[in-house]
Design a binder for this molecule. Structure first.
Ligand SMILES: Cc1ncc(COP(=O)(O)O)c(C=O)c1O
Length: 407
């Protein structure tokens, strides 16, 4: 394996999604690009948090997180994810799921290892793999249902494959792994002794009645899976940077060491407050889903009325919008037309792919304030009439050095 110098593992420039946010700000547009999670936190949270700050711990905390946070998280994992976790040894508080994933990669893999990455993928996953000197291997998700199959996983395997990184519900597809896909994942992982890394930050946001399925709850995956999740999306507090990773002790002990090395600990006073959130009544999650279902309906209606096709996601808070009917060539062109003609920022699907073919599809985030959704139908009126994508642009984004698809 040729070693890549550490600094060269980082992208050369900031993500295309952050750049789109800036372009959107300059035109005073509606930002459906970056997945910023711009819905209000739960009622009363901020007032309670302000009260608790006075008595909270303000010094460094344990590397694995405060005991109240770990106990609340372990009990939540047992209730909702059907995985038994020892709060003393099986869980680590992290700086968001992002911090958890970094600690998993640093603690459990070695530079040169290959990691299977179902595509389309979340851009930070690709960037983090590369930053830690790991090699991503794209796994093709089948058809418009984005189904994960054992065959596709096997096709991407090499002798250097050590892990598979799945995301359910997925960003940008919204696809939720079902029982047959988790069986397939379990078969391949067991046959090739792979570590399974599961990103489940959108576990509580979904639009059909079937409950969320955590790969770690599968009997043959429990012992080889580390799950990274967070409070960011579930409680609309991504700025708090609070999450946790859980799994078997032999894996979590290494993750804890890596997390300590990277950041010492996540914000201690916020962990004390977050423990209460994790113990929230189950009815909260139903309300969260209702709010997102309403936003999805409004977003889909606006785009469909403007002549676009919308693939309704199974979960997460992004919809894939196809502008093919307007005669556009690829996602970059589609995103440019939406921004330049309508002042609506989105992200081209190519930003989430290494190998997939260009399609006139963009990702539109609906975790946005309701008044921005109010403005959408008027804005999209400008899609009517002949569409041109403006002046010629450079080719579609590439992942060779830049990092796309973040957030
Ligand atoms: C799939 C996925 N994982 C992780 C994150 C980041 O989560 P956190 O705020 O917990 O670091 C995001 C944010 O957009 C995401 O889409």
């Amino acid at each position: 394996v040729t070693a890549v110098p550490v600094a060269a593992r980082l992208p050369e420039e900031q993500s295309a999604i952050r750049a789109m946010t800036e372009r959107c700000r300059l035109v005073g547009g509606v930002n459906l690009g970056q997945g910023l999670c711009r819905v209000p936190p739960p009622d009363g949270l901020l007032a309670r948090a302000a009260g608790r700050l006075a008595t909270a711990t303000h010094t460094y905390g344990p590397a694995e997180g405060t005991s109240s946070f770990r106990e609340a998280a372990a009990s939540k994992v047992s209730r909702h994810n059907h995985v038994d976790v020892d709060p003393a040894t099986g869980i680590v508080a992290t700086v968001g799921a992002t911090g958890g994933l970094s600690a998993v990669l640093l603690g459990l893999l070695s530079a040169g290892d290959e990691v299977l990455l179902p595509e389309p993928f979340y851009g930070y996953h690709l960037a983090a793999l590369r930053a830690f000197g790991l090699t991503p291997r794209s796994v093709e998700l089948r058809g418009d249902a984005w189904t994960l199959t054992a065959e596709a996983l096997r096709c991407a395997l090499t002798p250097a494959t050590k892990a598979v990184l799945v995301c359910t519900p997925g960003n940008p597809t919204g696809h939720r792994l079902g029982p047959a896909e988790i069986d397939a994942l379990a078969d391949v992982a067991a046959a090739h002794d792979l570590l399974v890394i599961a990103d489940e930050v959108y576990e509580h946001i979904y639009f059909d009645p079937a409950p969320h399925l955590s790969p770690a709850s599968h009997v043959s995956l429990t012992g080889r899976t580390v799950t990274a999740t967070s409070l960011s999306k579930t409680f609309s507090i991504p700025g708090w940077r609070l999450g946790y990773a859980y799994g078997p002790e032999r894996l979590i002990s290494r993750v804890r060491l890596a997390a300590d090395t990277l950041v010492v600990c996540p914000p201690t006073p916020l962990q004390d407050i977050a423990a209460d959130l994790l113990n929230v009544d189950d009815s909260y999650y139903g309300g969260l889903r209702e709010g997102y279902a309403r936003r999805l309906d409004r977003l889909a209606t606006a785009f469909v009325s403007a002549g676009c096709d919308v693939r309704r996601p199974e979960g997460a808070y992004y919809a894939l919008v196809d502008l093919g009917r307007l005669g556009l060539a690829d996602g970059t062109e589609a995103a440019d037309v939406l921004l330049e003609r309508c002042g609506v920022a989105t992200v081209p699907l190519e930003a989430f792919q290494l190998d997939g073919p260009p399609r006139p599809v963009v990702r539109a985030c609906f975790s946005v304030p309701e008044d921005e959704l109010d403005r959408l139908p008027d804005r999209l009126e400008h899609l009517r009439g002949p569409v041109s994508a403006g002046p010629p642009r450079p080719g579609p984004p590439t992942h060779s050095t830049t990092q796309e698809g973040r957030s």
